[in-house]
Design a protein around this ligand. Structure first.
Ligand code: ZN
Length: 271
């Protein structure tokens, strides 16, 4: 499933194709994905010039000079294919700019979504209202994290996954950040020490930035030939490494299940 770094990489990859350009054609090959597309989606986008390509949490945002913002979610399996040579079965939406750049939104499992809202109402849109601060934003810091964790009995991992506390973190990068900060994912939020919270506040943006950098290089190295934006393999320290040696102490990494999702951590290093 695409996490924040993947979405960030996709939006950065789309920027040169879309920013400042007009959509000459928006072809919808079906009525919707996870839910129906807005009825007037094609009409409102066609002829509109893109004024910004950015991201909030795991949503891609595309502002146009008509005062609309396209809200794009990749769901479980969504990809953006840049300048596809041929149209594939799961290319559900095709965007074409007046400069002739084409982007296909490919989503085999169809959990993705496209929504359109007036740009001025973006903060109150149901998908985005109530989201916590961006982990890469200026209002994310140790004091903010300490407030979110204070007195909480919920496990540290669950708190980090709560989009109302921090927006856009998913399973992979939460596991990685908790390892960097040496925090047991099962520890109650309110019982995490101040120094470890400070380490966590530093680790979260770091693991995300590293993944975005890896995504950027995978864009150059691998995605360019087939033009697919959306997935890359970052080097994880604990995620997906059950039984393999901890990079810090060599004890085998443990996999547990929390709220139905895999957690990977080192029982020696993380307290
Ligand atoms: Zn260890």
């Amino acid at each position: 499933m695409p996490e924040l770094p993947e979405v960030e990489t996709v939006m950065r990859g789309l920027t040169p194709a879309w920013l400042g350009q007009r959509f000459a054609r928006v072809q919808l090959n079906r009525d919707g994905l996870r839910r129906p597309f807005p009825e007037d989606l094609g009409q409102r986008l066609t002829g509109a010039r893109v004024t910004a390509v950015h991201r909030r949490a795991k949503y891609g945002l595309v502002d146009t000079d008509r005062g609309d913002t396209l809200i794009l979610h990749l769901g479980m399996s969504g990809r953006m294919r840049l300048d596809p040579i041929e149209i594939l079965k799961h290319d559900h939406v095709l965007f074409e700019t007046d400069a002739g750049r084409r982007v296909a939104f490919n989503d085999p499992r169809r959990f993705g979504s496209l929504d359109l809202t007036p740009t001025g109402q973006i903060a109150t849109h149901p998908l985005l209202a109530g989201l916590g601060p961006e982990p890469l934003g200026t209002d994310f810091n140790a004091a903010m994290l300490a407030r979110a964790f204070a007195g909480r009995a919920a496990p540290a991992k669950a708190l980090l996954l709560d989009q109302r506390l921090i927006a856009g973190l998913g399973n992979i990068y939460v596991c990685e950040a908790l390892f960097r900060a040496r925090i047991d994912p099962r520890r109650a939020g309110g019982a995490v020490s101040r120094p470890r919270l400070a380490a966590l506040a530093a680790a979260i943006p770091l693991v995300l930035e590293e993944a975005i950098a890896a995504g950027g290089s995978s864009l150059r190295d691998h995605a360019a030939p087939d033009g697919t934006l959306g997935y890359f393999q970052a080097g994880f320290e604990v995620y997906g490494r059950e039984g393999q040696p901890c990079p810090a102490c060599t004890r085998p990494i443990t996999r547990t299940v929390q709220s139905g999702r895999s957690t990977f951590h080192c029982e020696r290093c993380q307290k």
